[in-house]
Ligand binder design. Structure first.
Ligand code: LRH
Length: 489
């Protein structure tokens, strides 16, 4: 049949985009029709999403999408996980949603654990401990007037979908990052919600990738020029779940690293791993499309490098990526290595200073140049990729024979090469646009244009540019460097 078009709304750490995907037999292409800044806004109450501004960018993008041919069949929305807005009884948004890097959650975990212990939480929700998981954000909101007035909790992609369609629901891949979804049943754990003092009625009905989330509201049709009746299709609304859906895992033995602001490194499994060893290693069982599990760990990712560049740029120092990477490639190997997941890197005001301090605190010299600092970050990330993937393989009882590195980080040759060298495994880099592709492919499948997950991935493998990095160099040098890393408790 003829090719068809779909619009993906994808809000990432630095920008939001509307991307039109064209899908046909042996055809899968993306065109970005609008890109707009996604910068959190600091208010007296803390760090927040700039949500109405983003919605304007989305509508501008959909207006552009409406001018493409063939006409857009449907729209799908994904963003990062865990963040949410609260609706009151009239369906109005209460307050301005918080950004997960807001510091208010730093000390709330113990309050939740008084009511449900860490082990008990894990056997129910199978979720890695991150200080900003939705359960902890909600614990920080305890006793607020907003939570008292709230009728429904909507994760950000579901909130945007609500603004587009009027429908209310909770998409399941993203719901699995809240801490309130039962990892075994895939249903909300109303019991757990009640135990930690949360009204279970806040949790909307679940919906699954591929289902319709309703048609565009008349004023959205008028504002965008999209056809009346255009549906918003439920996609894997957690960006990482969309990215994993588009990893070209076409043979057994493949692991993935979705590498952007975060590195999400792990395996796709048919069921959760809820053992005590898995909890202690802080692995997560987040839901993927078609009942799959994303068994992975968060690694702080390119955030470290992005933040260094932001700080350097603000000071008028060189921050252009290509020349920083060239300097890093020439810098001394293994001069300093750090644990990228140390809590001091989550939201420091001055990332280069935070990294230098950590080097000194762990008995190493602070990097002497920007190139040395970038090398330290990239080698440290490659070592973290290696630790996490080896651990995932051991905990899940799987062998890893190659690594798919997808997302923006797959453009970074040095990071791909370091990851291959550190692990001793081939790295297949790409697609860089995995999240948008996964969003589009789930829509195309709902439209009957592609078959199952395997067929979606085959289409990615057949159409997208993939680059291969074979391991080289001295694996023992990486072993020695890894032994020097002081990991965060
Ligand atoms: C990546 C991501 C990740 C979450 C984090 C909050 O964008 O969605 O999977 O843990 O953001």
């Amino acid at each position: 049949g003829a090719a068809r078009s779909y619009a993906a709304v994808d809000l990432g750490a630095t920008s939001g985009r509307v991307v039109v995907g064209r899908v046909g037999r042996g055809e899968l292409t993306l065109t970005e029709v609008n890109r707009f800044a996604n910068v959190p806004v600091r208010l007296p109450s803390g760090l927040h999403w700039n949500l109405p501004g983003l919605f304007t960018g989305i509508l501008d993008g959909l207006r552009e999408a409406a001018r493409t041919a063939p006409a857009v069949t449907s729209v799908g929305v994904d963003t990062w996980a865990v963040d949410y807005g609260l609706l009151d009884a009239d369906g109005a948004l209460l307050g301005i949603p918080y950004h997960y890097r807001d510091a208010r959650t730093a000390t709330v975990a113990p309050q939740v654990r008084d009511k449900a212990g860490a082990q008990e939480l894990y056997t129910v929700n199978g979720l890695q401990h991150l200080p900003f998981n939705t359960v902890f954000q909600l614990a920080a909101a305890r006793d607020t007037a907003q939570l008292a007035a709230a009728e429904k909790l909507l994760l950000i992609p579901d909130l945007l979908t609500h603004w587009l369609t009027g429908s209310v629901g909770a998409e399941v891949t993203n719901a699995s990052t809240t801490g309130l979804l039962d990892a075994r049943t895939g249903e909300w754990s109303r019991d757990l919600a009640a135990r930690i003092g949360l009204d279970p009625a806040l949790l909307p009905p679940l919906r699954h990738p591929g289902e319709s989330a309703g048609e565009l509201l008349p004023h959205i049709v008028a504002a965008t020029g999209l056809a009346a009746g255009t549906p918003v299709v439920t996609v894997a609304s957690h960006d990482t779940a969309s990215a994993v859906a588009a990893v070209p895992l076409t043979a057994p033995g493949g692991a993935y690293i979705s590498c952007g602001t975060w590195s999400l490194a792990g395996l796709e499994l048919p069921g959760p791993v809820l053992t005590e060893a898995s909890r202690a290693a802080n692995f997560t069982n987040e839901r993927g499309v078609d009942g799959t599990f994303r068994y992975l760990r968060n690694i702080m990712g390119m955030w470290l490098l992005e933040e260094c560049r932001r700080v350097w740029a603000a000071r008028g120092e060189p921050s252009e990526l290509a020349s920083l990477l060239a300097d890093a490639a020439r810098a001394e190997p293994f001069a300093a290595v750090i644990d990228p997941d140390a809590p001091e890197f989550l939201a420091p005001a001055d990332m280069p200073a935070a990294i230098a301090e950590t080097c000194v605190r762990t008995g190493q010299r602070a990097p002497a140049s920007r190139g040395a600092l970038v090398r330290c970050v990239l080698e440290s990330l490659a070592l973290a990729h290696r630790r996490v993937l080896r651990r995932a393989a051991a905990l899940a009882g799987r062998d890893i024979t190659r690594i798919h590195l997808v997302g923006g980080g797959s453009r970074n040759d040095l990071l791909c090469r370091f990851t291959a060298d550190a692990t001793g495994l081939p790295v297949i880099a790409g697609p860089t646009e995995a999240t948008a592709l996964g969003n589009i492919l789930v829509q195309a499948r709902a439209d009957g244009l592609v078959g199952d997950l395997a067929e979606m991935r085959q289409l990615v493998a057949d159409t997208q540019e993939l680059r291969h990095f074979e391991p080289s160099g001295d694996l023992r040098a990486w072993d020695a460097a890894d032994a020097r890393v002081v990991t965060a408790p």
